[in-house]
Design a protein around this ligand. Structure first.
Ligand code: FES
Length: 164
């Protein structure tokens, strides 16, 4: 993870960026994968990182920041060690997502959108994770799905993560 006042893509990231551009009919259509690349490169999307992306893509900064702020998969602050995203949409809500979120809040001592003071856990409610058939669903670190959850399984997962 690189965090400097003037972040710049590495040569490898620039090569990947050029590959991304080739897959889209116009530059601005490549913004989301480029933001994803930037997040991987720098760890999170700070304002300087978004400025770099805007400059690179020749897009208004407001366009870049509005896309980054709309989607929860883009992190606008340094990530916690374990970032827990609990789906709150209909299928998950009907199958107990709110109880799971409440149990996680009680266990971690934080609310939606917050991080624990030691930076180990962040908790966030998100829109549909695209796995409604296995609701309720929680995603960890933008990568790992935990499906058909209940309160006991969610808390057991947190204990495993806390111990790692
Ligand atoms: S409603 Fe939760 S994954 Fe779709």
């Amino acid at each position: 993870m690189i965090d400097s006042p003037e972040p710049r893509f590495s040569e490898a990231a620039l090569a990947e960026y050029r590959d991304i551009l080739r897959r889209y009919p116009e530059r601005r259509a490549a913004l989301m994968p480029t933001l994803w690349l930037a997040q991987r490169e720098f760890g999170w999307l700070s304002l300087p990182v978004m400025e770099h992306v805007a400059e690179l893509m020749e897009l208004p900064l407001a366009w870049v920041t509005s896309v980054a702020s709309f989607y929860t998969m883009y992190w606008k602050r340094p990530p916690a060690r374990w970032h827990l995203q609990v789906c709150r949409n209909l299928s998950c809500a009907l199958r107990g997502a709110e109880e799971i979120r409440g149990a996680l809040e009680a266990r971690l001592g934080i609310h939606d959108g917050e991080q624990t003071s030691d930076g180990r856990f962040a908790l966030e409610e998100v829109e549909c994770l695209g796995s409604c058939g296995t609701a309720p669903v929680m995603q960890v670190n933008n990568a790992e799905y935990h499906e058909n959850l209940d309160v006991a399984r969610a808390l057991a997962l947190v204990e495993r993560l806390a111990a790692s």
